[in-house]
Design a binder for this molecule. Structure first.
Ligand code: NDP
Ligand code: GDR
Length: 343
């Protein structure tokens, strides 16, 4: 029988890559989707096969992390072997505008899902999407032993999720792990995160559709990896004998300014001609520098990145330029997955 996985956040960047990966590995994949007035499944439409087709292995279920009883019903019905909790209000800047909603989804949502697993009485492995934002003000390099100091309502909500995941592991013997992932990007990245905001703007400016882009803090240092590689690390964390928490990162630092420079110059543009400052993109408290140390994942999971941040910037620019030339302006992925991933 095929192994079953439930992915919350399947319509997001990571959920779409993880669904692809698990389907390729032969899993039956179940995804939690939110009811919306317009379809929000564009990242997974290419994976969908009508449920009446006997070959269908991807099944979508309406639900929401704010609705605990629905989670209990779903987990009890699906009885997944693995649960990946990727759903969240994931935007750090927005979390300052919507702190309570962020706490409910990004924090309390995790305990609702863990409780659903516990109450259903099934044996399942649980992955929690933890984040480098937990480190916040603690200077780099950051690894699994680095103290946390979150700097946003998002980071504080994720801190709760980190500890409640660890608590369910210790209290109930559940195989529940935290993947502490540093920033990871792709052509499927949400349009308001800084990398994608930049690469979309490069494409639009190159095409003569806009002149300027408004940005916030260009000095922030981030460790940007390629999302398609990070979902492999998530899966590997659930395949080992003992549940442990792992950092996934490239270990390579770039500033937002560096990312601008690489992206604009790849399209033959000078970023300084096009970037303007707008204080609305500043955060009340900023995370200055995140640089991960992924050596534990390399040693115990055999996981490593192959796409460096500069290559990532270029592939995202290429994808956004190509998307502008597509009917409907839809993104496409322009690179094949690294060979070690599919081996
Ligand atoms: P996205 O913002 O692209 O996707 C978030 C997903 O969560 C979407 O599918 C969204 O659904 C869903 N969602 C939001 N609120 C709810 C809710 N109340 N109930 C059910 N589903 C909900 O995030 P990413 O794919 O980039 O990230 C995946 C996870 O990893 C997130 O938890 C994020 O915080 C975390 N993370 C991300 C990192 C990154 O660099 N990308 C780094 C470290 C951690 P909808 O499409 O309907 O909005
Ligand atoms: P981050 O990602 O906050 O690290 O969270 P984001 O891309 O939003 O910001 C990165 C850095 O860029 C600076 N910045 C801007 N950011 C945005 N969005 N828009 C701008 O115009 C802009 N100008 C400068 C920010 O101040 C920040 O320093 C992401 C999310 O995916 C989280 O869910 C995840 O947990 C972390 O990465 C790891």
């Amino acid at each position: 029988m095929a192994r079953k996985a439930l992915i919350t956040g399947i319509t997001g960047q990571d959920g779409s890559y993880l669904a692809e990966l698990l389907l390729a590995k032969g899993y039956e994949v179940h995804g939690l989707i939110r009811r919306a007035s317009t379809f929000n499944t564009s990242r997974i439409d290419h994976l969908y096969v009508d449920a009446h087709d006997p070959s269908a292995r991807l099944f979508l279920h309406y639900g929401d992390l704010s609705d605990g009883s629905r989670l209990v019903t779903l987990i009890s019905d699906i009885r997944p072997d693995e649960v990946y909790n990727l759903a969240a209000q994931s935007h750090v800047r927005v979390s300052f505008d919507e702190p309570e909603h962020t706490a409910d989804t990004t924090g309390t949502g995790t305990v609702r899902l863990l409780e659903a697993v516990r109450l259903s009485g099934i044996t399942t492995r649980f992955y929690q999407a933890s984040t480098s934002e937990l480190y916040g003000a603690t200077p780099p390099p950051q690894n699994e032993d680095t103290p946390f100091y979150p700097r946003s309502p998002y980071g504080a909500a994720k801190l709760y999720s980190y500890w409640i995941t660890k608590n369910y592991r210790e209290a109930y013997g559940m195989f529940a792990v935290n993947g502490i992932l540093f920033n990871h990007e792709s052509p499927r990245r949400g349009e308001t995160f800084v990398t994608r905001k930049i690469t979309r703007a490069v494409a639009a400016i190159k095409a003569g559709q806009q002149e300027h882009i408004y940005m916030g803090n260009l000095d922030a240092v981030r460790d940007w990896g390629y999302a398609a590689e990070y979902v492999e690390g998530m899966w590997r964390m659930l395949q080992v004998d003992e549940p442990e928490d792992f950092v996934l990162a490239t270990g390579i630092p770039y500033t937002v300014r560096d990312f601008l420079e690489i992206s604009f110059s790849h399209a033959g543009l000078n970023w300084e001609d096009h970037v303007k400052f707008d204080e609305r993109y500043l955060r009340p408290t900023e995370v200055d520098a995140l640089i991960g140390d992924p050596s534990k994942a390399a040693e115990k999971l055999g996981w490593k990145t192959t796409v460096e941040p500069s290559d990532l910037a270029r592939l995202m620019v290429d994808a956004d330029i190509a998307a502008l030339n597509q009917p409907g302006g839809r993104w496409i992925d322009t690179v094949d997955l690294p060979s070690w991933r599919t081996a």
